[in-house]
Each structure stands twice: as C-alpha cells, then as structure tokens.
Design a protein around this ligand. Structure first.
Ligand code: NAD
Ligand code: ZN
Ligand code: ZN
Length: 349
C-alpha cells in the first residue's frame, strides 16, 4: 500500500510503498476514510529535532484518523468488519491511573505504552496510508449514526483538542462571559463552534488572515478582530466594563499571541495555551491580572472524543474540510504552511 512517511527530523514527507499491516491479537486494522493534516505535522517536519519528543522518525504521518474496520485480531469483540470508526489517537499504557480513565495523553507509565507520549502518526505509523494498524482495540471508537469518516477524522484532534481545552473552563463560561479564540485555523474554527454549541459565552475570534476571520464568522463568532498591536484593547473594549476575557484559548502559542492573551484576560480568568509555536510568556506578580490561571493542554480524553463525535453527528459541530487524495498530501501540507487551507485539510486515500 502507499503511505506518506516522515523519513527523519527536518525533512519533507515522502509517498512510498510499504507492506499492508495485519492485526495481531487484540489489534485492529482500519481502512482509512479520512486523515487530517495538522499543523503539528509541520512542526514535526520543520521545527523538531532528536530529543524534542521521546520518539523519532521514520513513521507514517497522520494522527487524526477515521475509516472502517478492515481486519480484527484474535480476541477482539464488539466490532465488525466494515463498521465506520474513529481512531482515538493518543496511545498510552492502558493500565496507569490516567489511562484507566481514558486520559492517555497524560499516561504515567510511558515505558509500557506502544510509544511514549505519542500514537499513530506521532512516533508510530499513522493514517496517511490506505490502512492503519491500531495496536489495541480500546482506541477504536464506533462512529455514531450520521457521521462519515471525512467529517469524523478532524474531530479526533482539531475537534477533541479544543473541546478538552474549552470543557475544562466551562464553569468560567457562564452567560455574560467572553471567550477569545486566537488562531482560527484547523483547531480554532472548530473551537469557535464548540464554544457556541456548549456555552453561552460571547466569542471573539482573532487571526492575522481575513479569510480565517470570515470562517470564524461563519462558525458563529460574535466579533472578529485582525491580530495586531491594539488587539488586547479592542477585546477589552468589547467586554462589559472593559474587564477582559474570562477565557482565552491560544491556538498559536507564539510570543505575540501569549502576550495578547495575558493582556486581554480578566481577573480569575483562564489563559490556555494549545498552539505549540514555542513562544514564552513572562509571569510575575505584575505581568498578568490577579488569579489568571495559565495552562497548556495536550489533546483530550477518550470520553471527551465520544462527546465530540456526538456533537458532530448532531450537526452542532461541523469542521470545514478540504479533501485531497493521498498523492496530493504533500500539496495539502504546502497549503497549510502558506495559510491557504480553509478549515482542515483531510487526506482521503
Ligand atoms: P492551522 O495552521 O490550521 O491554524 C493556525 C491559525 O493561526 C491560522 O489561521 C493562522 O492564520 C493563525 N495565526 C498564525 N499566527 C497568528 C498570530 N500571530 N495571531 C493570530 N493568528 C495567527 O494550525 P492548527 O492545525 O489549527 O494548529 C494550531 C496549533 O495547535 C499548532 O501549533 C499545532 O501544532 C497545535 N496543536 C496542538 C495540539 C495540542 O494538543 N496541544 C493539538 C493539535 C495541534
Ligand atoms: Zn494534531
Ligand atoms: Zn498509562
């Protein structure tokens, strides 16, 4: 079969011929129906080097996958060949306290995981291929009625990651509150939809690209702002009494966006860093409003994926997708790099 592989750090992916996987005991092979192209893959190609994460290339890219069950290993029950499924992408050890409750991204026994801190497309072979080997059937989540694999694939990361970041701040997103989304790309545009579908907050979206702000409007943002010097003041001016945003979600993570997030936050608010552009934010008694909590989040939990798929199946959250065949995957990443993908690029092998 064909697969898009990352051959090494600081290199471009290559479409090559590899052996088709077969399912060993307890495993599942998924025929890929959709594999999303995430900006994290661009960080893998261009920014990371040995030691940055606890695994190394080569591996097949694609950590945002859905399709149909193709091959069931011995002992797997409760799934049928041909059934549409999503792949929960973070593959922890399965038995530590975190994995037991479905929080595999924060597995506390990485030595016993198939890949420490990663999954398919992040250290092990992912879904930018005709088939993906999933090493444990517990990572397979059946698709609810009404959701096809092309729509479901982005929900497993571009949906799940913002969902987790938003869900942990739900209690701060009461009526009258304001949420700010910085970066309205693959994750951010779904983030706007999730905020609108699950909270009563007023949503302000910020981006550097006019097309991204147009997409934010389509997704239900109440106000869109071009990112620049005066953006924090504009956000404050748009909140009652100029008090600032209750929750800021930074889907970029650069110096400038972190500074913006801190300047726009309300006392007792949340500033959640999801983007991995590698920026830093000085934190001192005087640099952030009182009792603002600052956190990073990585992906989301298995129960949260089930919730996001439900939102998708009911049409409350609909990622905007542009599809590419596998032999144009490199082109999809090129477009993601130059900012000309609207929503999420999904590879359909
Ligand atoms: P994307 O390229 O689809 O979207 C990024 C958006 O940010 C674009 O619309 C771009 O115009 C905008 N942007 C860039 N610089 C900006 C600035 N200074 N101000 C405002 N907007 C700006 O990327 P994506 O796939 O949505 O990923 C976003 C980030 O999240 C990436 O860094 C990615 O690696 C990271 N990510 C993190 C997790 C996690 O679990 N923490 C999961 C997936 C992706
Ligand atoms: Zn990702
Ligand atoms: Zn674990």
């Amino acid at each position: 079969m064909r697969a898009l592989r990352l051959p090494g750090w600081k290199s471009e992916p290559e479409l090559v011929e590899v052996a088709e996987p077969t399912a060993g005991p307890g495993q599942v092979v998924v025929r890929i129906g959709g594999a999303g192209a995430c900006h994290s893959d661009l960080h893998l190609m261009h920014d990371f080097e040995a030691g940055a994460v606890p695994w190394n290339p080569p591996f097949t890219l694609g950590h945002e996958n859905a399709g149909w069950v193709h091959d069931l290993g011995a002992g797997v029950t409760g799934l049928e060949v041909g059934q549409p499924v999503a792949v929960y992408g973070a593959w922890g050890c399965g038995t530590c306290d975190r994995c037991r409750v479905g929080v595999d991204p924060y597995c506390e026994n990485p030595a016993a995981a198939p890949v420490p801190g990663g999954g398919g497309g992040l250290g092990l072979d992912g879904g930018m291929a005709e088939y993906e080997l999933v090493p444990d059937a517990r990572h397979i989540v059946p698709l609810p009625e009404g959701l096809d694999p092309v729509q479901a694939a982005p929900l497993t990361d571009a949906g799940l990651t913002p969902y987790h970041a938003i869900r942990r701040s739900w209690h701060k997103l009461a009526p009258g509150s304001t949420a700010v989304v910085i970066g309205v790309g693959g994750l951010g545009h779904v983030g706007v939809q999730i905020l609108k579908a699950t909270t009563a907050a007023r949503v302000i979206a910020v981006d550097t690209r006019p097309e991204a702000l147009k997409l934010a409007e389509e997704c239900g943002a109440d106000l869109t702002l071009r990112s620049g010097e005066g953006t924090a003041q504009e956000i404050r001016a748009a909140t009652p009494g100029g008090r600032g945003a209750d929750v800021v979600l930074d889907f970029v993570g650069a110096d400038a966006t972190l500074r913006l997030g801190a300047a726009a936050a309300r006392t007792l608010g949340d500033l959640t860093i999801v983007g991995i552009a590698g920026g830093t934010l000085p934190v001192s008694f005087f640099s952030v409003p009182y009792e603002v909590s600052i956190q990073t989040t990585y992906w989301g939990s298995r129960p949260e994926l089930i919730e996001v798929l439900d939102l998708g199946a009911r049409g409350l959250v609909r990622p905007k997708t542009t599809t590419f065949p596998l032999d144009r995957a490199v082109d999809a990443y090129r477009r993601l790099q130059d900012g000309s993908v609207e929503g999420r690029a999904v590879i359909v092998p």
